[in-house]
Design a protein around this ligand. Sequence first.
Ligand SMILES: [Zn+2]
Length: 80
Amino acid sequence: MVNVCKHCQKQYISATKGYCCPNCKTIDKMRFDQICAYLKNFPNSNAVQVAEALDMKAYTVLKYVDEGTLTFGRGEFEQL
Ligand SMILES: [Zn+2]
């Protein structure tokens, strides 16, 4: 199926639904670790605050939530 990468916004094909192209696997892991670390320190943050603090797009943060990998703080994200 055709997926859109949450980092470079390019379309790519994979067998299953995904949010990150093969080229962005490294950055994907790095960003995920950064978000988790931030949410540990600031558990009540929303996606916009996280994105600003980590110099990334709120879109990308929300894609992690869509993906289901980021469950920590999910309630706060949904109040946007
Ligand atoms: Zn990508």
